[in-house]
Design a protein around this ligand. Structure first.
Ligand code: ATP
Ligand code: MG
Length: 626
């Protein structure tokens, strides 16, 4: 029987791109067309690589062409930044505040900073900007370092702004000695008025404290340091060049503030430096050559440069790129906290969120995120991307890099009366022979998806129905349904019976199936967008009123083929991802395409006895919306 099977299969072949069984000639035609398209794209890329002027990042790419992972450093904004300071030893930094989990936007910052350094043969620091003891928590330090490594980057050094408090303190005294800082005792209201009032209509001015002597400022600043003031009583202000300037970054910014919360890395400190005082100086201490940040800091460039120059320290170069935002979701910590506390989601790493721990848990490979960022390119304008565009990128990446298996979400038994058990060899990937093949056990009773059977046939339905024939992927003969039984109480079909339809050579449609031996029951979680609209924040009554009630659909009794065990054993998929380099792929690195269903990854809720899967993305954009 198996022999006959192979012969008949030789006539029909599976088009792995579309999942259809087609004739040999048709398949050849399709393959030629695809090869031509790929060749055209390759030529286009080569042309682009030869002439830098033509290298504007293309908006969309043919489905399966990997893009040059260094494209974003070779052209446009980041290339210009390098050319402004074309040094040999590039030093960059990624400076997160350890006050929350990173989100998809931060992935762009990580890709830019670590990537820029790597591309130019330099190094990148991971610097925790831990100057605010009120907001920081130990768990975020670990989570952030973890995510950076997961994305495939190894920090040159992990540093902390707080390690520099002593140095920063000395420089604050130096600034006072230069007559460029003063201890101010104004209230918030007074300061607001000095800065132009509510509408900015009052001429900007300085307070009397700005005229204090150096000695007085030094004494007061040391008193601040020694805990003689309460928070908000006084603060150290920079005395900048142009209080009249329209740029708020020149309005005598705060340099040091009194705070009562102790800092666990600097327990003796009762005063803490501001972002504006700290950032540029820490960049300087670390010898940062290119300090890359987001455009909300454009106006800060003046104060950044002013401070370093005045203090006579090494001057890094700050340049600003546009933020990356996702529409159709919320990224702010405060809002995600509400979702977690209100139990709308499982936790901060719920696969429906866009924190990086959530994206990771969902199974999105780190390489796909980097490719997505690279594909968008880097400019000075902020980009807002719809979720489906992000998903399209992931899908394209998974398509090339993960094995395929058969899984049935909502199984119903199909008994094929004239069938015999046999082993069928199927490749793990139609495109990557290197992935090898697996044995799939065909049994006379197979399970198919409930949605692939209809009790009543209709013209536009091409799957199984009484009297109708459907193909089973890679099984030699199509199956014709002859009868079915139903549970009267639930109205659900409990069994379908069929026979091989040896007359039909080529079925109109081929569906996935699993055998009844060696297979395994799993829980499959299908995630849909958490919000109904593209702009959850615009919903009446706020984003919580925009929650999609069907954002998580769970199939408790899905069945997956035996080879899942091998896929699990051989994880991470893809092998080249950052998680593999570190040799510690988590459950989420067990990724595969469930043929005709979706891409899946193993969830962290899985145990030895129970496998839980997350849908990473659907196979096609449309099915994701249904
Ligand atoms: P959020 O308020 O969204 O958490 P943040 O700016 O407070 O963001 P930081 O921890 O200060 O977060 O950010 C660390 C680095 O990441 C900074 O250089 C920042 O400019 C960059 N970054 C933050 N959000 C984005 C984004 N959406 N797109 C690109 N880069 C970002
Ligand atoms: Mg911040």
């Amino acid at each position: 029987m198996a022999e006959a099977a192979t012969q008949s299969m030789a006539k029909l072949q599976l088009d792995e791109e579309t999942g259809e069984m087609v004739s040999k000639a048709e398949l050849k035609k399709r393959q030629q067309k695809r090869a031509k398209k790929a060749a055209q794209e390759k030529a286009r890329q080569e042309k682009a690589a030869a002439g830098p002027k033509e290298q504007a990042a293309p908006k969309s790419k043919p489905e399966d062409t990997p893009i040059d992972p260094d494209a974003m450093f070779k052209q446009g904004f980041l290339d210009d930044v390098y050319k402004e300071r074309p040094v040999k030893n590039v030093v960059t930094r990624f400076p997160p505040e350890p006050n929350g989990y990173l989100h998809i936007g931060h992935a762009k910052a990580i890709a830019i900073n670590f990537g820029f350094a790597r591309y130019h043969g330099g190094v990148c620091y991971l610097r925790f900007d831990d100057t605010n003891p009120e907001k920081e928590e130990e768990k975020y330090f670990t989570a952030i370092l973890d995510i950076v490594k997961w994305l495939g980057f190894e920090p040159y050094k992990v540093t902390y702004s707080s390690d520099n408090f002593d140095k920063l303190y000395e420089l604050a005294e130096k600034l006072i000695n230069l007559g460029k800082a003063y201890v101010c005792a104004c209230t918030d209201t007074e300061i607001k008025l000095q800065r132009g009032g509510e509408k900015g209509s009052i001429p900007r001015s300085r307070c009397a404290h700005a005229e204090q002597s150096v000695e007085e400022n030094l004494t007061k600043f040391r008193d601040m340091r020694d805990g003689k003031y309460k928070p908000k009583e006084v603060f150290l202000r920079m005395k900048q060049n142009q209080i009249e300037s329209p740029n708020p970054q020149e309005w005598d910014l705060a340099a040091w503030r009194v705070k009562e919360t102790p800092h666990f890395r600097a327990p003796n400190y009762k005063i803490f430096p501001s972002y504006d005082f700290t950032h540029g100086l820490c960049d300087s201490f670390e010898g940062i050559t290119h300090s890359l940040c987001t455009t909300e800091f454009i106006m800060s460039r003046v104060s950044y440069e002013w401070l370093n120059r005045l203090l006579g320290v090494y001057e890094p170069m700050q340049r600003e790129y546009g933020r990356l935002n996702l529409s159709g979701t919320v990224l702010s910590k405060r809002k995600i906290l509400k979702l977690v506390e209100g139990k709308y989601v499982r936790d901060w790493d719920d696969p429906r969120l866009y924190t990086l721990i959530a994206i990771r848990r969902r199974g999105v490979p780190p390489g796909a995120i980097l490719e997505f960022v690279n594909e968008l390119g880097v400019t000075t304008s902020a980009t807002t991307i719809a979720i489906h565009r992000f998903e399209q990128s992931i899908r394209k990446y998974l398509e090339r890099t993960v094995p395929r298996l058969m899984m049935v979400l909502d199984p119903v038994p199909l008994v094929i009366e004239d069938a015999e058990a046999m082993d069928i060899d199927m490749p793990f990937s139609p495109k990557e022979p290197k992935m090898g093949t697996r044995k799939v056990s065909f049994t006379p009773t197979v399970y198919i998806d409930r949605s692939d059977f209809r009790e009543e046939d209709s013209k536009e339905f091409f799957r199984l129905a009484p009297g109708k024939t459907v193909g089973l992927l890679n099984v030699p003969y199509p199956v014709k349904a002859v009868s079915f039984t139903k549970d009267e109480a639930t109205g659900k079909v409990t069994e379908i019976r069929g026979v091989f339809d040896k007359e039909v050579k080529k079925a109109k449609t081929y569906i996935q199936w699993v055998g009844s031996e060696g297979t395994r029951k799993v829980e499959a979680r299908i995630h849909n967008p958490l919000f109904k609209s593209e702009k959850p924040d615009d919903a009446e009554g706020g984003f919580l009123n925009d929650i999609n009630p069907d954002s998580e659909v769970i199939y408790h009794d899905a069945i997956i083929e035996e080879a899942f065990e091998e896929v699990k054993r051989r994880a991470p998929w893809p092998e080249a991802a950052g998680e593999s380099e570190l040799g510690k792929g988590g459950p989420e690195s067990v990724r595969f395409q469930a043929m005709r269903v979706a891409y899946f990854a193993m969830d962290s809720d899985s145990t030895d006895d129970k496998i839980v899967l997350n849908r990473i993305v659907s196979l096609k954009e449309d099915s994701g919306k249904n």
